[in-house]
Design a protein around this ligand. Structure first.
Ligand code: GN1
Ligand code: CA
Ligand code: CA
Length: 126
């Protein structure tokens, strides 16, 4: 309840919460793990919309807990399974400059692969 009070979004059995900060992928992943959660990874459109709703006017792109850092082109959840839902923007993922293994969600809900070293809003799921 307190997480909802603070602005979290509940959908099915999951809750999505942001700390309002921008971090690189590895730090974002660690922040969620320290809190006992995981980086947000939508498994369907309703969850994707809940995450989209947490984007902020000033920070309008967030990391998802998804990457192809181990096998190029094979996107997996941070928990290791292959993704079963995606919402890629037209032309994505494109592994731009051979350097895009992490995934951001844009304010229209679409996904784009980007370098993991960039800073994006941290959204965790619990
Ligand atoms: C951006 O800036 P540019 O055009 O090289 C984006 C890529 C997208 C591309 C789509 C850091 O690349 O991920 O695939 O636009 N890079 C970043 O046109 O957001
Ligand atoms: Ca890639
Ligand atoms: Ca891209």
């Amino acid at each position: 309840k307190i997480l909802l009070f603070l602005g979290g979004k509940k959908i099915g059995g999951k809750m999505f919460v942001t700390n309002g900060k921008e971090e690189n992928f590895e730090t974002a992943r660690e922040k969620c793990a320290e809190a006992g959660g995981l980086l947000a990874a939508p498994r369907n459109e309703a969850e994707n919309t809940a995450i989209q709703d947490l984007l902020q006017r000033d920070i309008s792109q967030a990391f998802l807990g998804i990457s192809d850092e181990h096998v190029e082109g094979l996107f997996k959840y941070v928990t290791g399974e292959q993704i079963s839902y995606s919402n890629w923007n037209l032309g994505e993922p494109n592994n731009n400059k051979d350097d895009e293994d992490c995934v951001e969600v844009l304010n229209d809900g679409k996904w784009n692969d980007i370098p993991c070293s960039l800073a994006r809003l941290v959204i965790c799921e619990f």
